[in-house]
Ligand binder design. Structure first.
Ligand SMILES: Cc1cc2nc3c(=O)[nH]c(=O)nc-3n(C[C@H](O)[C@H](O)[C@H](O)COP(=O)(O)OP(=O)(O)OC[C@H]3O[C@@H](n4cnc5c(N)ncnc54)[C@H](O)[C@@H]3O)c2cc1C
Length: 470
């Protein structure tokens, strides 16, 4: 890297920024770049999928269309004159990090956390044990998960391990009347399987107590409001030990609202609904048991809470075990990043190592000049869509400071389209996406749905090519 001349970021010499990923953090970063006063910038955004919007399209549940509507904000960003989209381009495969360094002054990594944490317990490899990532991607029509299958027609009881919002999405989709999903943008293959589902009971397994439940009050209340579904809590598990009661008083209102809600459900008992969400607390799965090669039960070890050195309540296993009869297990215990070839990665945290958004060569190592990171790839898989906005702005502030200090890459080329064509990559432009978007909406409309998603990369690309003007 060499010190840049003063005119970088002017009309004559705009700052060229490459953004890798097109989820919320990518669009908030692009927006923040365009809003820097007096800065002339161009933003090229790459995504490995032919479609933009990351987890807003492939993660947020189909019955949460109000959340998915945030893409209108991203559409406005994409209408900025300096913006270009390059879908169907995987960085680390179709273009290398060195290709990007040759073309851009600054690179922003917004690749999210696309893999998942596993429990690492015996029986986890059985075919009826799945990660939430697979299930969520499958019902959302994410092309990576098109071929997955979930034997919902042979299961009446299911365990969902974890009690964060992703676990709640999985539980809700399993318990909800599929006809209430039929008009959303749920994948056709998922709707067919959910219509044949025999699932009646979902055990939600939390490692800690009700005071530490990770779900938000709205998510659990939404399940309790579903017709024919009871949220069931054992009275003994809804009670707080004295230490948790003291700890709860120091927590946000949402934890207190959760506890009040769970204690109320404990008072109401089993209820008369045909389907149950059984919230269990202080249980640690230790083994998935099989019968005739199929999942038959999950064995859990009970726990009690003890404060760690910092006073945070942690589950400590006790000498009591239970066996819960279930035919399917979904693990929803967290996402983690996937390393991009040629890019720094912190294998312990599963993120791109960084200091406040400036990428480091290795965890704890020196800054990697010209590279920045935003969103889940920066801070791990926490926070809602909106959390990514201030987070991306903060990274862009670092970029501006570095630009003012004359620190940017010195790209030799400005012809990324030519390089992609040379490599035979049929990239998707924003205009392509807009035609595909209109097509998906029209196909959905014809089927009485919000949107019909083409199910695979091949089908998406076939539609893109068909819709291009001749
Ligand atoms: C199941 C689930 C449900 C959720 N529900 C809600 C909700 O209801 N409300 C809410 O506010 N938040 C919700 N969230 C959280 C929200 O989705 C995240 O905060 C947000 O999507 C994170 O944004 P991101 O840009 O960091 O990553 P992502 O949205 O994951 O985007 C990453 C993008 O990078 C692309 N990419 C990855 N690797 C490469 C590569 N090598 N080359 C090119 N492109 C690449 C991916 O294709 C993807 O488009 C949910 C999350 C999950 C997992």
């Amino acid at each position: 890297m060499r010190r840049m001349t003063q005119d970088l970021g002017t009309e004559q010499r705009p700052l060229r920024v490459g953004v890798i990923g097109s989820g919320p953090s990518a669009f908030y970063a692009a927006d923040a770049v365009f809003r820097v006063g007096g800065l002339h910038a161009r933003v090229d955004m790459f995504d490995r999928l032919p479609t933009p919007f990351g987890l807003v399209r492939g993660g947020v549940a189909p019955d949460h269309q109000n959340i998915k509507a945030v893409v209108k904000v991203y559409q406005k960003v994409a209408e900025q004159p300096g913006y270009r989209f390059f879908g169907h381009v995987q960085i680390g495969r179709d273009l290398l990090v060195t290709d990007l360094e040759e073309h851009y002054h600054m690179l922003v990594w917004a690749v999210g956390c696309e893999s998942d944490q596993r429990l690492g317990i015996p029986g986890e490899d059985l075919s009826g044990v799945h990660s939430a990532t697979e299930f969520v991607g499958w019902y959302n029509g994410h092309p990576d998960f098109r071929e997955r299958s979930f034997d919902l027609a042979a299961a009446t009881r299911v365990a969902v391990v974890g009690n964060g919002n992703v676990a709640m999405d999985v539980a809700r989709i399993l318990l909800k009347d599929p006809e209430a999903l039929a008009t959303t943008d749920i994948a056709d293959h998922a709707l067919t399987a959910l219509r044949a589902s025999k699932v009646r009971e979902v055990y939600l397994l939390g490692r800690r107590g009700p005071a530490q439940a990770a779900f938000s009050p709205k998510e659990i209340e939404e399940i309790a409001e579903l017709p024919g579904v009871d949220v069931v809590v054992a009275p003994a598990e809804a009670e707080l030990d004295p230490y948790s009661a003291e700890w709860l008083a120091t927590q946000k209102g949402s934890a207190q609202r959760n506890v009040a809600f769970l204690q109320e459900r404990a008072r109401l008992g089993e209820g008369g609904g045909a389907r149950k969400l059984r919230c269990r607390f202080l249980v640690l799965p230790v083994e998935v048991k099989a019968s005739d090669g199929r999942v038959a039960a999950v064995r859990v070890q009970c726990a009690r809470l003890e404060p760690d050195a910092g006073g945070t309540p942690r589950p400590r296993p006790i000498d009591r075990f239970e066996t819960l009869p279930v035919e399917l297990v979904f693990e929803a215990i967290g996402y983690r990043g996937v390393p991009v070839p040629g890019m720094s990665f912190d294998p312990r945290k599963g993120i791109i190592p960084n200091a406040d958004g400036r990428v480091l060569g290795e965890p704890g190592g020196p800054v990697r000049p010209g590279h920045y990171v935003v969103g889940w790839a920066k801070r791990g898989p926490t926070g809602l869509v909106g959390t990514n906005s201030p987070d991306s702005k903060a990274t862009v502030e670092r970029m501006v400071a570095d630009l003012q200090a004359g620190k940017a890459l010195a790209p030799r080329h400005d012809a990324i389209e030519a390089r992609l064509r040379q490599r035979g990559i049929d990239f998707v432009t924003w205009q392509d996406w807009q035609r595909l978007d209109a097509h998906e909406l029209a196909e959905g409309n014809a089927r009485g749905k919000v949107r019909h998603k083409e199910p695979s990369v091949e089908a998406l690309m076939a539609a893109v090519r068909r819709l291009r003007p001749r």
